[in-house]
Design a protein around this ligand. Structure first.
Ligand code: SF4
Length: 576
């Protein structure tokens, strides 16, 4: 859209919302200001402005204010132009295909929307257009003054969606070269909330910048919209830059293909980075790819996992590997939604695989990220609640950079692991987002995140029995369902038995004790239960012949090589 009869001038002052004085060709002139917003950051004395001469001789003011220079930008200030440029742009075939009708100023319920569009495939679309001129540090915001009318429009658009229409709020950024758009919470919090509600109701929220010159304006490129947390958006660059400089060299970061990321992420959910390294190398050597994992024998698989705990996770990994083989022809799926469908893969792991391996802009929110973001935003939401995690995922998804998704996700995780640490004081002095962090500003780092205590674990007393002769030890397989399902264990019974009771029990199962030695007590903590164990070493004669229970009698070397005994029995099993 091109303006004619444009003249350059210098802004002097603005006595009221509608009028301003400016110097044009050495003369003081009265200028009509169409944009009735405050625009105080733009209309400063001495600012270079562009005005249009009116062709209407009846008008009192001969000039209309069209644009103003701010730094090296020209900002269009014509409040009537956004509707026109969007209409032209849609008529040119942008945004919708096969547009049949574009009608301005269309009434729906109690609102008049700026544009109504119909397409060849019978889409009926209402669009409300908002011009944006308020800019600071590359961030543009709307409104620059409270606007109840704008809130009402948003509500009506939500209503239109329910009635089967499509609805858009289209923010026209009347300048070029901005970083993102965000609603202005300082001027009108109700508008910000209404915009979020509208989006949740299905209204599309779009922002486009414009190519602007002294005498023209055209819709140009889409601009990111941040409705959740502008502060989180500001953290993106420092987090990515910090991660690229300070990230630790870890084996799974060398070739981050989907399989390797997956294996490492499941292992890292069990234990510390340092402890994972040898497991990771060993596992990849045994099962170098999805096909090998899918075909692995269960005992070998469990043996490779021995010591990591949560054996169901590796069983699920095998199920998922089998899914990849049968449903995806052996190729790891490459979309977040497909990855999420694999057995044992939740939002975090799907986000980690899809962003680290494929660069997909999906969040990967683990405990580290929950802690960092809670502190950064000084959020007192309980991170044990699924709704808090979902909310954090939404906030991150909105700001995650499409060209650095992996580094941003990993940066947040890494900051949580080595800077904003879980135990003890966070190292704010070396934190790349310290200048943004609200918890630091309020000195409440140690009070966050809010985490309700998990339910107390059930205590189970057990007696572990090492039945052995001179060469072998008795072990048995656990049931296929329940705790430590399908793994091998030292025989054990509920309760704390006395020496006499152990002798009786031995006799009952056909293993007559020659000597019984009491061992030290031990404790093992599972997620919902604690085993408080005592143990006895029971020397017997001729193990295999007399035992009535289904046991395996194996030498230490054989146990180490073949049978996976969970770490719950660590205190009672001697390793080679
Ligand atoms: Fe955590 Fe401190 Fe960084 Fe805030 S400034 S995110 S509290 S390390």
């Amino acid at each position: 859209m091109r303006y004619e009869r444009i003249t350059q001038g210098s802004f002097l002052e603005r006595p009221n919302r509608f009028l301003a004085y400016a110097e044009l060709a050495g003369k003081k002139e009265v200028i009509h200001v169409k944009n009735t917003g405050r625009c105080a950051e733009l209309l400063k004395p001495g600012a270079v402005i562009y005005v249009q001469e009116s062709q209407n001789p009846e008008r009192k003011t001969k000039w209309d204010l069209i644009a103003v220079e701010k730094g090296d930008r020209i900002i269009n200030m014509d409040s009537q132009i956004p509707n026109r440029v969007v209409q032209d742009w849609i008529e040119e075939g942008n945004l919708f295909e096969d547009v049949r009708l574009v009608k301005p100023e269309t009434t729906y319920c109690n609102s008049r929307f700026d544009l109504y569009v119909e397409t060849g495939d019978k889409r009926k679309i209402f669009i409300e257009v908002k011009g944006v001129t308020l800019e600071e540090n590359g961030v543009v915001r709307f409104p620059d003054a409270p606007s109840e009318r704008a809130v009402k429009h948003l509500e009506e658009l939500g209503h239109a969606v329910k009635e089967g229409y499509e609805a858009y709020v289209f923010f026209v950024i009347q300048m070029k070269g901005v970083r993102y758009f965000t609603p202005n919470r300082d001027t009108h919090p109700a508008f910000c909330d209404a915009l979020k509600r509208a989006q949740a109701a299905g209204v599309h929220v779009l922002a486009y910048d414009c190519e602007v010159s002294a005498d023209s304006i055209e819709v140009n490129e889409e601009v990111p919209v941040v409705l959740g947390s502008p502060l989180l958006k500001e953290s993106v660059e420092p987090v990515v830059a910090w991660y690229r400089k300070y990230r630790r060299d870890l084996p799974w970061r060398e070739h981050p293909d989907a399989y390797r990321v997956w294996v490492s992420e499941i292992m890292l959910q069990q234990t510390r980075v340092e402890a994972v390294k040898p497991y990771y190398e060993r596992f990849l050597e045994a099962f170098p790819d999805v096909a090998a994992l899918a075909e692995a024998e269960e005992d070998k698989l469990l043996k490779m996992w021995e010591g990591l705990g949560y054996y169901n996770r590796v069983r699920n990994m095998q199920k998922a590997a089998q899914q990849v083989m049968t449903e995806h022809n052996g190729r790891f799926p490459q979309s977040y939604d497909e990855i999420l469908k694999l057995s044992g893969i939740g939002n975090y792991t799907a986000g980690a695989i899809s962003s680290f391996a494929y660069g997909i802009a999906k969040p990967a929110v683990d405990g580290n990220v929950l802690r960092v973001v809670s502190r950064l935003l000084a959020s007192d939401a309980d991170i044990m609640k699924a709704s808090t995690r979902a909310q954090m995922e939404r906030l991150i998804e909105e700001v995650i950079p499409i060209d650095a998704a992996a580094d941003f996700n990993q940066g947040l995780i890494e900051i949580g692991a080595i800077v904003c640490v879980p135990n003890g004081e966070p190292k704010c002095e070396i934190c790349p987002v310290a200048h943004l962090c609200k918890a630091k500003a309020q000195n409440i780092q140690m009070e966050l995140p809010v985490k309700t205590k998990a339910k107390a674990r059930r205590i189970e007393k057990r007696t572990v029995l090492i039945f052995r002769d001179n060469e072998t030890v008795a072990i048995r397989k656990r049931p296929v369902k329940g705790l430590l399902a399908g793994l091998y264990e030292l025989p054990n019974v509920e309760g704390h038995l006395t020496r006499k009771e152990v002798i009786e029990y031995g006799k009952e199962i056909g293993l007559t004790p020659i000597r019984v030695k009491k061992l030290a007590s031990a404790k093992h903590i599972f997620s919902h239960v604690e085993w408080h164990m005592i143990g006895y070493e029971v020397l017997v004669d001729e193990l295999e012949k007399n035992c009535s229970e289904k046991m395996i009698f194996a030498g230490r070397e054989e146990i180490d090589r073949k049978y996976s005994i969970p770490s719950a029995f660590e205190a009672y099993i001697e390793r080679k």
